[in-house]
Design a protein around this ligand. Sequence first.
Ligand SMILES: [Zn+2]
Length: 146
Amino acid sequence: MNLRCIYCQTPFTLGRMEKLAAIQRLQAEDMHHYDVFCPRCRRANTVSIERLQIFTPGWKEGLKTLESEAAQVEKSRAAVASVAAAVKSAAPSKAAPAKKRHASKAAKATAAKPQKAASAKKKPAAAKAKPTAKAKPAGKAKAKKK
Ligand SMILES: [Zn+2]
């Protein structure tokens, strides 16, 4: 919605989200006017809740979405947190080949991908080491997919 500062005549707009937030707040606090601060002179321009509602078509639905969106943000935040926790708990077993790390300096240098360094190092050395090296990355891949 387009507004014009009553003090300095600067035109500015009030976004839908801001209008919805304003309506929500006014209703929550049982107030009837919203102070919009002019971007130029920073003085408060009063807008009545009726005007906010008139200039925000579908504001009732908008408030509902606002609330459900807020809930969704919380949800996804929690999901991200749990995923991060899962990754964290999976990480130690992933990077577990501590003996591999100790085994060679090369593996240490490429600690980010220990299995690659290990297999590269073990390949020429002995065919015996291959199966064990293979078994571990498999478990790794599993954890990654998850
Ligand atoms: Zn102004």
